[in-house]
Design a protein around this ligand. Structure first.
Ligand SMILES: [Zn+2]
Length: 342
């Protein structure tokens, strides 16, 4: 049962996996029954750090395998810190596995990230953010970033991937979990002691993950937004129904009490949802910026974009429930949210 990638956990017979670490990103390696290694998440080069790959190779050697042994790299979602090194793994001989909804972003690399970022800034302006707030958001990422496009023919669709048998006898399968991104997935490892859940950024030990603002057609100039929080909440609710024993997150430490994390996630969104609902009901009509300011009167401008992102998510939820709807404002450009039915 034991392999060099596992060490005895505090609870004895249950083995604790050891991730490769790049900055605070976890790359989870699993030995395959057929030989070689499956890795959950590709990692990245933080701030363009070209030494990151060398660190990955050194850590892998410490766990008893090399980059060439990696046959499969599952990308949990199309964000730079999880997908940035996909092309590099493909060159080493690995097949990259991602959900179809995330493939275009992996194939576009940094160009796709830039398109998302600019479309997001324009959306925040439409949702009522003042120009200086939007300019501040665009100016905050000055660090050098690298994200090499991954050839599409190196990527297999997770929808077609089936499952893998691991060297310790357990099986690993992928589960669609749209929300944190449109192409988001998680990996579930089924063993006799319950499930290990490689959660990517869907559940994190110390923060509530953002639903983000997503524009699937941004690269083609289409600013249509994909409402992310409603599917995010459904994805997490579906995972909560599984017998999850441990969470192996995309960032931070292994979580041995998954129920606590699920409960925190749900409590956070119940609380935030109630405040957004209350603020819009009181105003009758408001932009997402105005709702955010009503909920967080003293939040600094540097954090307002993130807060608006979550507000918009909860407004999407109210729209789905039929309690609110979005309209064009008087100037034809702004989006205003109106309490009540259309
Ligand atoms: Zn992410």
């Amino acid at each position: 049962m034991n392999s060099p990638m596992y060490s005895s956990g505090p609870r004895g017979p249950i083995m604790s996996p050891i991730p490769l670490r790049i900055a605070d990103n976890n790359l989870w390696p699993f030995r395959l029954a057929t030989g070689g290694v499956l890795l959950v998440d590709a990692g990245w080069e933080p701030d363009g750090d070209v030494e990151a790959w060398g660190s990955i190779e050194a850590q892998a050697a410490g766990l008893g395998f090399s980059a060439h042994d990696v046959r499969v790299v599952v990308v949990t979602h199309e964000h730079i810190d999880h997908a940035g090194l996909a092309a590099r793994w493909a060159r080493e001989g690995a097949r990259i596995v991602a959900r179809r909804a995330g493939m275009a972003a992996l194939a576009a690399g940094l160009e796709g990230l830039r398109a998302q970022r600019h479309t997001r800034a324009a959306e925040l302006a439409r949702q009522g953010a003042p120009a200086e707030v939007v300019a501040g958001l665009l100016g905050t990422r000055t660090a050098q970033q690298r994200w090499e496009p991954c050839p599409l023919d190196a990527i297999d669709a997770a929808e077609d991937s089936g499952s893998w048998v691991l060297a310790d006898g357990r099986s690993l399968r992928l589960v669609a979990a749209p929300g944190h991104t449109p192409g988001n997935l998680v990996a579930v490892i089924e063993g006799p002691d319950g499930l290990d859940l490689c959660s990517g950024d869907t559940l994190l030990p110390t923060t509530i993950p953002t639903p983000g603002l997503h524009f699937p057609g941004a690269l083609d100039g289409d600013p249509t937004r994909w409402p992310s929080l409603p599917p995010f909440l459904r994805s997490v609710a579906a995972l909560r129904a599984l017998p999850v024993a441990r969470i192996l997150p995309g960032h931070g430490e292994v979580v041995d009490e998954p129920t606590r994390l699920f409960a925190q996630f749900e409590a956070h969104h119940a609380r935030r949802g109630a405040r957004v609902r209350g603020a819009l009901a009181a105003a009758g009509t408001a932009t997402a910026f105005e709702v955010t300011r009503a909920v967080f009167p003293r939040l600094p401008d540097s954090r307002i974009g993130q807060a608006m992102t979550e507000t918009i998510g909860h407004l999407d939820l109210l729209a789905e429930q039929g309690a609110a709807h979005a309209e064009r404002g008087d100037d034809g450009a702004r989006i205003v949210w109106r309490w009540g039915l259309e």
